[in-house]
Design a binder for this molecule. Structure first.
Ligand SMILES: Nc1ncnc2c1ncn2[C@@H]1O[C@H](COP(=O)(O)OP(=O)(O)O)[C@@H](O)[C@H]1O
Ligand SMILES: [Mg+2]
Length: 271
């Protein structure tokens, strides 16, 4: 049975697109058949992050409107056979996505793939509610700062009211993915710490992704970070998050402060 996941947040620039690409790739790396779907009509960026931008011919709107078949619009990843992307259009406006059309396409995707991962636009408007509408579970991407946590809280409200699951009286599974976490800044009190965020949002923690230049490097190369550098800290965190999505129980480690290693070393020498 396919699982539809929405990667959502309310706030922009928190790491939704990065996380969609990385989680999608990580699931595919474990052998799952995955499609990532770009709902951010107008800001076509999932294809860029995945390095597929030059191969886009048809997009989600074409398929929703019946101008192209799903198979014509799906782009297979050049590195992984079992990873595909359904891109969004850069030019046409978001009203081109009709509810019925999206429902039909999601139904078709469910039949073809094990995982359908939907990258949501920022905001709480129609685009975001369309992206979450058919989800079985939600990954709420949040940065450890007040405005991001507040917007995530608002999104949780929408997930519990505006989705098909909510309308059927079922519970939407929600998982918190804390991204761009900077241990040093958290320790200095410049960012919220993990407990603060968990207490405010009170949804289970899927993972903590450290702030890392590796993520930017991967994005500039047009590759999900889990494919460009399997062993860096953000990749390991995304791989673990993907395994938790598949139902494994793994302890979440809070990324250590880099300087912490030195201070530990000096503390030992001093002792
Ligand atoms: N863990 C991270 N470390 C460093 N930069 C990151 C990290 N996650 C995301 N970014 C950067 O933050 C910016 C916004 O990320 P993006 O995924 O496009 O956010 P959104 O889709 O929520 O708008 C991008 O430049 C991306 O490379
Ligand atoms: Mg985005």
């Amino acid at each position: 049975m396919a699982k539809v996941v929405v990667v959502t947040s309310g706030k922009g620039g928190v790491g939704k697109t990065t996380s969609t690409a990385a989680l999608g790739a990580a699931l595919a790396q474990t052998g799952q058949n995955v499609v990532v779907v770009d709902f951010d009509v107008g800001l076509r960026n999932l294809d860029l992050v995945m390095g597929a931008e030059r191969r886009v011919v048809y997009d989600l709107i074409n398929v929703v409107q019946g101008d192209a078949k799903l198979a014509q619009a799906l782009i297979r990843d050049k590195r992984l056979d079992n990873l595909s992307i359904l891109p969004a259009s850069q030019t046409r406006d978001k009203d081109a996505l009709t509810e019925d059309g999206v429902a039909r396409v999601m139904g078709e995707l469910r039949e073809k793939f094990d995982w359908v991962i939907c990258d949501s636009p920022a905001g709480i408007e129609r685009g975001a509610t369309l992206a979450m509408r058919h989800a079985d579970l939600a990954v709420v991407v949040t940065n450890p700062e007040v405005s991001s946590v507040r917007d995530s809280d608002r999104i949780i409200g929408l997930l519990d009211s505006k989705t098909e699951k909510a309308e059927k009286g079922e519970r939407m599974d929600k998982h918190l993915l804390l991204t761009r976490y900077d241990a040093g800044r958290a320790q200095r009190g410049e960012m919220l710490n993990v407990e603060d965020v968990l207490e405010i949002l009170s949804i289970p923690l899927l993972g903590i992704i450290p702030e890392s230049e590796e993520v930017l490097r991967a994005s500039n190369m047009g590759s999900p970070v889990t494919l460009s550098n399997v062993n860096c800290a953000p990749s390991r965190a995304y791989m673990d998050a993907a395994r938790r999505l598949m139902g494994e129980t793994l302890p979440v480690t809070i990324p250590p402060e880099r300087r912490g290693l030195f201070s530990k070393f000096f503390a030992r020498r001093a002792a």
